[in-house]
Design a binder for this molecule. Structure first.
Ligand SMILES: C[S@@+](CC[C@H](N)C(=O)[O-])C[C@H]1O[C@@H](n2cnc3c(N)ncnc32)[C@H](O)[C@@H]1O
Length: 212
């Protein structure tokens, strides 16, 4: 497994202790990615939780510190921008779209929670509601996929990402993020051979993961 680790971005600060390895969301995040654990009752629990959190979400989650890993990945991640077609999974209230939407021709913001979508200003993005475990897109339809603090559904990412495409994986509080996977677990969960470039920025990290 080839992982290229870049030096920390200027201003990087580790997140304060918040959600250690025993946190229930940390556990379920691993199970979804590595053991294919997902069903209708989990989906409903997650959907209603995030519907409830949506009205105050931007206040705490759309800010320069949270945006820092995505901005650093734009600078150093070797991403396809410009004419590229991007899909963001678990787009919430638009933190990722705010940084990347203006830089790419097509940006699809996809989320399970109707209320998250309702609270996303949607500038520069097209919004779709649905479940990332069963994406309503044809194979190979995106150049890049962004996940910020989002569950990983490896088979779906592998299916809709074009050959040579990139998954940009971001945890804005590093290993204190409740929905967290370290880079080696992201790479290990994806079918086939993948390589990654990663760096810490803001209070978290990004990893640009591409097919080898
Ligand atoms: C921790 S929040 C992160 C939101 C946003 N990426 C941000 O950083 O502000 C996780 C988001 O993933 C969405 N989500 C969870 N499971 C999902 C699924 N199966 N399909 C699509 N979205 C999902 C939630 O509704 C929520 O908006």
């Amino acid at each position: 497994m080839a992982i290229d680790t870049l030096p920390d971005a200027a201003g990087y600060q580790p997140a304060a202790a918040f959600a250690g390895p025993d946190h229930p969301i940390r556990i379920i995040t691993r199970e979804i990615a590595l053991d294919d654990r997902w069903d209708a009752s989990i989906r409903e629990r997650i959907r209603s939780t995030f519907d409830g959190l949506a009205p105050g979400w931007s206040e705490d989650h759309v800010n320069p510190t949270k945006a820092a890993p995505v901005s650093d990945a734009v600078e150093r991640g070797g991403l396809s921008l410009g004419s590229a077609r991007w899909l963001e999974l678990g787009s919430g209230t638009g933190a990722g779209g705010k940084v990347l939407g203006p830089r790419v021709d097509e940006y699809v913001a996809f989320d399970l929670s109707e209320q998250m979508i309702a609270n996303d200003p949607g500038d520069h993005t097209c919004q779709v509601r649905g479940d990332a475990s069963a994406l309503p897109f044809t194979a190979d339809s995106f150049d890049s996929i962004l996940c910020i603090n989002m569950f990983l559904f490896p088979q779906q990412v592998d299916r809709v990402l074009r050959p040579g495409g990139t998954l940009l994986w971001v945890n804005t509080m590093g290993d204190q993020t409740p929905i967290h996977l370290p880079v080696d677990d992201v790479v290990a969960s994806l079918p086939g051979e993948w390589t990654a470039r990663t760096a810490r920025a803001g209070t978290g990290f990004w990893a640009a993961v591409s097919r080898a």
